[in-house]
Design a protein around this ligand. Structure first.
Ligand SMILES: Cc1cc2nc3c(=O)[nH]c(=O)nc-3n(C[C@H](O)[C@H](O)[C@H](O)COP(=O)(O)OP(=O)(O)OC[C@H]3O[C@@H](n4cnc5c(N)ncnc54)[C@H](O)[C@@H]3O)c2cc1C
Length: 379
């Protein structure tokens, strides 16, 4: 084990993944959270692992998404073996369902962007789509099947990570908010929490939607802020739905993620509502209507639960990954917006390499904390 004292602020999927990858490199770090671990965005998220939206963005963003997508099978297998918790990685595949010409044109554009990266899906007629997914609305005009869309169950993924870290000797300090950072000149030497001072050789800010507030404490403005996503969870019989379904454009965009045990996760809104995590009647109506449109039988089902989470939004939807310029021993891994679950293994791997002073396996300059915003948003 290395004796480098690395502190990670934020115990969501990003902080946990970095800690797990550091552990594999011989560093048992200290992880701090203001609340219980992994109960914010990383609990609320759907966990679909999607290359559709990443292909539209292209460039280094797509490279990062594809790399991370490819890391899941081995990562999840390792976590499952070491923790005994199954993160439920499923290769569900997705159907993008169009109900009119406008939606179909949007899917054709998506098909073209996927094609540019060598990914091809399959167009289905309404009857072919119904063969694959018998409860789909008969009003669907067409559907686009993509086998590469997978899913993981975020609360299980983070539970597995926490167990692996505990077994490996990482120090997990929850319900201990970080209040300030201690610098000697420009060098990080520790931080102050509500319980006292913790000295360290380096710190990673992985504090999700709150990262902007914390970076401000070091006089490093960071445009990360919360974007609320509301969710409705239905309970159905296992097998009711097999594929992940997407439908609608922009504000009408809705998706359904079927879990192995029959739960169907319906998401989500994308709202600028500050740190307010409540659900709203309008948000619930939008999701219920979107769900019933694509899977009419859901209108007869009881809702089991509803919630909202706060995505860590960056100005352009690309995450900030790397050392903070002008400071020694301070790194950022935040702003993952709508892709944080997908990007968690690659973030863990690349940031653990950066923190250890190794050359990251992928050039991170496109994600540098002081970069200019990218013209195509990574949403
Ligand atoms: C409704 C919804 C659906 C989503 N669906 C998907 C999806 O299908 N696929 C996908 O890839 N992504 C999805 N996302 C996005 C994904 O969930 C996030 O990008 C990801 O969880 C961000 O992880 P994080 O660790 O950065 O943040 P978080 O999980 O929010 O963790 C940050 C942690 O920092 C802690 N913290 C904050 N301030 C302090 C402090 N002062 N001191 C100590 N700790 C602090 C918080 O308590 C929190 O636990 C979704 C998000 C939402 C809300």
């Amino acid at each position: 084990m290395s004796n480098r004292r690395i502190l990670i602020v934020g115990g969501g999927v990003i902080g946990l993944s970095i800690a797990e990858h550091l552990l594999r490199r011989g560093v048992a770090c200290t992880l701090l959270d203001r609340g219980p671990f992994a109960k914010e965005a990383s609990w609320a998220g759907a966990g679909y692992l999607d290359l559709r939206s990443c292909a539209r963005v292209g460039g280094a963003f797509f490279d990062l998404c594809r790399r991370s997508h490819g890391l899941f099978p081995e990562w999840v297998e390792r976590l499952k073996k070491e923790s005994g918790v199954d993160p439920e990685l499923l290769d569900s595949g997705s159907l993008d369902v169009a109900f009119n010409d406008e939606e179909e044109s949007a899917l054709r554009r998506m098909e073209a962007s996927l094609g540019a990266f060598g990914l091809s899906g399959e167009w289905l007629t309404p009857s072919q789509a119904l063969q694959r997914e018998p409860r789909l609305s008969p009003k669907a005009k067409s559907a686009f099947y993509l086998k590469e869309t997978h899913q993981v169950r975020p609360p299980r993924l983070t539970r597995a990570l926490i167990q692996v870290l505990q077994k490996g000797g990482a120090l997990l300090r929850e319900v201990e908010p970080v209040e300030d950072f201690l610098l000697k000149g420009n060098k990080f030497v520790g931080l102050r929490t509500t319980k006292g001072v913790i000295e360290g050789d380096g710190v990673v800010l992985a504090s999700g939607a709150w990262s902007g507030l914390l970076a401000g404490k070091m006089d490093r403005p960071l445009p990360v802020r919360p974007f609320r996503g509301q969710v409705v969870m239905f309970r159905t019989k296992p097998g009711t739905l097999k594929h992940i379904l997407f439908t609608g454009i922009q504000k009408a965009f809705t998706y359904l993620v079927p879990r192995r045990d029959g739960h169907i996760y319906v998401g989500s809104t994308l709202e600028d509502a500050g740190f307010d995590k409540s659900t709203s009647p309008e948000g619930m109506e939008k999701l219920k209507a979107g769900a019933a449109k694509i899977l009419p039988s859901l209108s007869q089902q009881l809702i089991e639960d509803t919630w909202a989470g706060l995505r860590p939004g960056s100005v352009d939807g690309w995450p900030y990954l790397g050392a903070v310029p002008g400071l020694e021993g301070v790194w950022l891994a935040t702003g993952h917006f709508t892709h944080g679950i997908l990007l968690s293994p690659a973030t863990g791997l690349l940031m653990s390499q950066a923190v250890m002073g190794e050359r990251p396996a992928m050039d991170l300059s496109a994600f540098a904390p002081d970069r200019e915003p990218h013209p195509v948003a990574g949403l």
